[in-house]
Design a protein around this ligand. Structure first.
Ligand code: 4NP
Length: 155
C-alpha cells in the first residue's frame, strides 16, 4: 500500500479538501486498493472537528464525498507510516519538519512544487476563496498521482 498524508495548519480547510479530492481521483482511476489517503494538522486547534463549511460546500458542489473527514494532529508516528507527506504551504513544511524531526527528507513535499503554479496553496480560512483552493488542489492532485505512478511504476 502507498500512503499519502496531506497536512495544513488547521486540518479543516485545505488538507481535508485535498484528502477527499485525492481519494476521489484514486477511486476514479481504480487505484483504491493501492493508495491510502489521510490528512492532519500541524496545530491542535481542531482535533475531532469536521471540515470548515466552505470546504464541505465545495466538495458537495463537485460531488465528492466528505465521509470520514475529521480533524487530527500530525503525530511522530506519521513519518514511518506515510510515503508522501504533503504540506500545503511553506510554513506547513517548516512545521512538519520540526514536528517529525526531519530537516530535509524527500518524502516531505510542498504540494504545488509538483505543479507549474504559485507555490503555496492560499489559506481559504483567511482568504474566503474556497474555489481558488479547489482549483489549485485539483491540479496538485493530478500532479501527485503522476508522481506516484512514476515512482511506483503504476500503470
Ligand atoms: P487550514 O486553514 O490550515 O487550511 O485548515 C485554517 C483553519 C483554521 C485556522 C487557520 C487556518 N484557525 O486559525 O483556526
Amino acid at each position: 500500500m502507498i500512503r499519502v498524508l496531506f497536512v495544513c495548519l488547521g486540518n479543516i480547510c485545505r488538507s481535508p479538501m485535498a484528502e477527499a479530492m485525492f481519494r476521489n481521483l484514486v477511486q476514479k482511476k481504480g487505484l483504491n486498493g493501492r493508495i491510502e489517503v489521510d490528512s492532519a494538522a500541524t496545530s491542535s486547534w481542531h482535533i475531532g472537528s469536521p471540515p470548515h463549511k466552505g470546504t464541505l460546500a465545495k466538495l458537495k458542489e463537485y460531488n465528492i464525498s466528505s465521509e470520514g473527514l475529521s480533524g487530527r494532529q500530525l503525530d511522530a508516528a506519521d513519518f514511518e507510516k506515510f510515503d508522501y507527506i504533503i504540506g500545503m504551504d511553506e510554513s506547513n513544511i517548516t512545521n512538519i519538519r520540526d514536528m517529525l524531526g526531519q530537516p530535509d527528507h524527500p518524502k516531505i513535499l510542498r504540494f504545488l512544487d509538483l505543479t507549474e503554479h504559485q507555490k503555496d496553496v492560499p489559506d481559504p480560512y483567511y482568504t474566503g476563496d474556497f474555489q481558488e483552493t479547489y482549483d489549485l488542489v485539483l491540479d496538485g492532485c493530478a500532479a501527485l498521482l503522476e508522481k506516484i505512478r512514476a515512482d511506483h511504476a503504476l500503470g
